[in-house]
Write a protein that binds this ligand. Structure first.
Ligand SMILES: *[C@@H]1O[C@H](CO)[C@@H](O)[C@H](O)[C@H]1NC(C)=O
Ligand SMILES: *[C@@H]1O[C@H](CO)[C@@H](O)[C@H](O)[C@H]1NC(C)=O
Ligand SMILES: *[C@@H]1O[C@H](CO)[C@@H](O)[C@H](O)[C@H]1NC(C)=O
Ligand SMILES: *[C@@H]1O[C@H](CO)[C@@H](O)[C@H](O)[C@H]1NC(C)=O
Ligand SMILES: *[C@@H]1O[C@H](CO)[C@@H](O)[C@H](O)[C@H]1NC(C)=O
Ligand SMILES: *[C@@H]1O[C@H](CO)[C@@H](O)[C@H](O)[C@H]1NC(C)=O
Ligand SMILES: *[C@@H]1O[C@H](CO)[C@@H](O)[C@H](O)[C@H]1NC(C)=O
Ligand SMILES: *[C@@H]1O[C@H](CO)[C@@H](O)[C@H](O)[C@H]1NC(C)=O
Ligand SMILES: *[C@@H]1O[C@H](CO)[C@@H](O)[C@H](O)[C@H]1NC(C)=O
Ligand SMILES: *[C@@H]1O[C@H](CO)[C@@H](O)[C@H](O)[C@H]1NC(C)=O
Ligand SMILES: *[C@@H]1O[C@H](CO)[C@@H](O)[C@H](O)[C@H]1NC(C)=O
Ligand SMILES: *[C@@H]1O[C@H](CO)[C@@H](O)[C@H](O)[C@H]1NC(C)=O
Length: 610
């Protein structure tokens, strides 16, 4: 009896001692050690982390990117955008049980998210956005019960078995967008009832959107399921998401009607339901949405009239109904939408357009001078041109779908995802030029290769007759095969998110125009350089005309289309595009006012083109 008690006492002391020693081990000193050890595994040492060093070991709370609590232990680590190339498996989670905020976004961290991350039990904020994390998301992550902000977006994460996850009741913001998630909707999310922001877009999730999304997640303000494979029909319970400000379900396979009750979501400012196989009516209840600024329903199978109630959404700046089977007259009430800057009605069966546009006169920005001709075109597409049109449409959408999955380069060296990451989703920071036919970005690929990416909005290429889509594709294919030292190499292309992307080799000095007249000041071009340029361009054109079959005609050789390598070797660019796009619409300021009556838009709003 007694000896048992003694044994218990001893055991108790051992336990107490080990608990204490655990606590003691996480001192500022050992934390500093752990950070230095982790830093030493990075394959590149950012100069900004110079303070993380043994000589500075007693100043942990003064290190860059580190915040301490009152006890002098680390409470926040923020390495966002520090160009870190490493792995998280080398991070000693045991040491950082007191961490509340951990921000590693916008780096080059690769490998798995270790399950040990669950040791950060005090964590409230975790941001791993825009790295190269791969493998499955560890279910232990859901043990972090204090986390309210979780961003794992823009990585290479795969769909785990969601049934192993626990609910995260504190979660308010969850981003899992732009990953490789497949299978069904993540079930644990359905019990995160405090969620206000949910972004699962750009994955491969399928199945139905669970009813519990609508009944349990009533606090949601932002819901984005764009570009997945969810199928419908869309629940009428959608009206229970009464706090919704933005609803994005585009590019899924929802089908069925748009629920009439959508008009009860009175806080909605943005609705994107394009390209999701919706059929039936445009709900007249939309007219109740006084805050609505963006309504995009294009590329569905809606076959009603346009409800005149839409004219009551006076805050609308953007209205896209193109590419449906809408019929009847365009309601004159739409001319009350005085804030409207973009309107897409084309490829429907509408009538009454001349009348409509006469009424619009005065409300459209004066920049749009050829309104009359656009209107004429629209009337034609809507009234005369029906069977043929559908035919062309089918072809065009097939083309777009198939080209989406095209591998960029034959050798398959990079993917669209790499480009998105390398340009931080086409952020202005990476813009290296804006020209007649698009915006050009530079992108450093994971392979270390620098490329130039030209992004064209489909809406601005809509002057390419749709019947030419096929030849456009063929032409691009031909261009990917062209190999000549004086012709820019086109690595590949794809159409995605309503834009066309062309990926070229990156040319160091930029265009001849820029070299001669650019902001960086005129550069001296000696005679040798000039001769080199002229000869190079002559070689390129001779090659295109005589050695290519069929011959390729550039038609637009200009200072801006001749790019120069470091040694002034010229590279001819922009052929093909120039040939295919109508030169008259090459004015961005002009064409971005849109009134694209017949194309699809679908680039991000406010993309900054103007
Ligand atoms: C932190 O650095 C500042 C100067 O950057 C210095 O004045 C201060 O004494 C340092 N604090 C500690 C605890 O080392
Ligand atoms: C981390 O720092 C970046 C800027 O360097 C900032 O934008 C971001 O909000 C910070 N993250 C946290 C969690 O404070
Ligand atoms: C970022 O890291 C890479 C290596 O991963 C290095 O080559 C590059 O110079 C770094 N960039 C900056 C701005 O430090
Ligand atoms: C992590 O830290 C703990 C506590 O200081 C220590 O016992 C352990 O050995 C460390 N792990 C590694 C891999 O360094
Ligand atoms: C994850 O990335 C690492 C390093 O880039 C690689 O070695 C590993 O094979 C990848 N794992 C998976 C499951 O893709
Ligand atoms: C959910 O939100 C409410 C109100 O904002 C808050 O009182 C409650 O504590 C939150 N629940 C959790 C588990 O964080
Ligand atoms: C999804 O929608 C949300 C809210 O509307 C937005 O903040 C987010 O950027 C979107 N995600 C992507 C990948 O565009
Ligand atoms: C209309 O939109 C503007 C922002 O563009 C906003 O300030 C205003 O409150 C909105 N009006 C209504 C009725 O919501
Ligand atoms: C719209 O299409 C549905 C089938 O999808 C059909 O039942 C209905 O009659 C059509 N309505 C009109 C007005 O054409
Ligand atoms: C435009 O709005 C005014 C005021 O609400 C209304 O009286 C008028 O009938 C509307 N015009 C059309 C064509 O619906
Ligand atoms: C628009 O109004 C102006 C004068 O107010 C007129 O000259 C022009 O012809 C009108 N355009 C159309 C398309 O009705
Ligand atoms: C293009 O824009 C410029 C001003 O930015 C303007 O002068 C010119 O007329 C426009 N060209 C066309 C074809 O609209």
């Amino acid at each position: 009896m007694r000896s048992t008690r003694n044994t218990c006492l001893v055991l108790f002391h051992i336990l107490l001692f080990s608990l204490l020693s655990l606590k003691i081990t996480a001192s500022p000193r050992t934390q500093a050690d752990a950070l230095i050890r982790w830093k030493n595994t990075f394959s590149f040492q950012p100069s900004s982390l110079a303070s993380w060093s043994l000589t500075n070991i007693n100043n942990l709370c003064n290190w860059t990117s580190i915040v301490c609590d009152s006890a002098g232990t680390v409470s926040e680590i923020n390495l966002s955008g520090e160009n870190i190339t490493g792995v998280l498996t080398e991070f000693n989670f045991t040491e950082f049980a007191t961490l509340t905020r951990f921000d590693l976004s916008s780096n080059n961290i690769e490998g798995i998210i270790p399950s040990d991350i669950a040791r950060l039990t005090e964590l409230e904020y975790l941001n791993l956005f825009y790295n190269y994390f791969n493998g499955t998301i560890p279910h232990q992550l859901s043990n972090l019960q204090k986390v309210w902000y979780l961003d794992l977006g823009a990585n290479l994460l795969e769909s785990p078995d969601w049934s192993n996850f626990s609910a995260m009741p504190s979660l308010q913001h969850l981003s899992l967008d732009l990953n490789e998630l497949h299978l069904e909707f993540p079930s644990f999310v359905l019990n995160c009832r405090n969620l206000t922001y949910l972004d699962l877009s750009l994955n491969k999730l399928s199945g139905q959107i669970p009813e519990l999304v609508f009944t349990n997640l009533g606090k949601l303000q932002y819901l984005n399921l764009t570009e997945n494979q969810f199928h419908g029909p869309l629940s009428t319970n959608i009206s229970k998401l009464s706090n919704l400000v933005q609803l994005r379900f585009a590019s899924n396979k929802l089908g069925g009607p748009i629920p009439e009750d959508i008009g009860l979501l009175s806080d909605l400012q943005l609705i994107e339901l394009f390209n999701s196989s919706f059929s039936g009516k445009i709900p007249s209840s939309l007219g109740q949405l006084k805050k609505l600024q963006i309504l995009d329903l294009h590329l569905n199978a809606l076959n009603s009239t346009i409800p005149s109630e839409l004219g009551l959404c006076t805050n609308l700046t953007y209205l896209a109904l193109a590419k449906n089977q809408l019929s009847g007259e365009v309601p004159l009430s739409l001319s009350n939408l005085t804030k409207l800057s973009e309107l897409g009605l084309g490829y429907n069966l509408l009538s009454g357009l001349q009348l409509f546009f006469n009424n619009l006169n005065g409300t459209i920005p004066p920049e749009i001078e050829n309104l009359a001709s656009l209107a004429t075109f629209d009337v034609n597409t809507n009234q005369l041109r029906k069977t043929k049109l559908i035919d062309k449409e089918t072809k065009s959408s097939q083309w777009r779908d198939s080209s989406e999955s095209l591998i960029w380069e034959r050798e398959g060296k990079f993917t669209f995802g790499d480009i998105v990451k390398a340009t931080q989703d086409f952020s202005g920071e990476y813009c290296i030029g804006k020209g007649g036919f698009g915006i050009v970005y530079k992108a450093l690929l994971p392979t270390g290769q620098m490329v130039a990416v030209k992004k064209l909005r489909m809406s601005d290429t809509s002057d390419v007759p749709l019947s030419n889509s096929q030849s456009f594709e063929n032409e691009i294919r031909v261009l990917t095969d062209v190999r000549h030292r004086n012709i820019i190499k086109l690595h590949g292309f794809c159409s995605k998110r309503g834009c066309l992307y062309l990926v070229y080799e990156y040319v160091k000095r930029g265009s001849l125009g820029k070299v001669l007249y650019g902001l960086e000041g005129k550069e001296e071009l000696d005679w040798a350089a000039r001769v080199k340029i002229v000869q190079g361009v002559a070689h390129a054109t001779a090659y295109l005309h005589h050695d290519c079959s069929p011959p390729i005609v550039h038609r637009d050789i200009s200072l801006n289309n001749i790019l120069l390598e470091a040694d002034f070797e010229p590279r001819l660019s922009d052929f093909g595009t120039a040939r295919l796009l109508n030169p008259d619409t090459s004015n961005w300021t002009y064409s971005c006012w849109l009134l694209w009556l017949h194309g699809s838009r679908a680039c991000p709003h406010n993309a900054g083109y103007r």
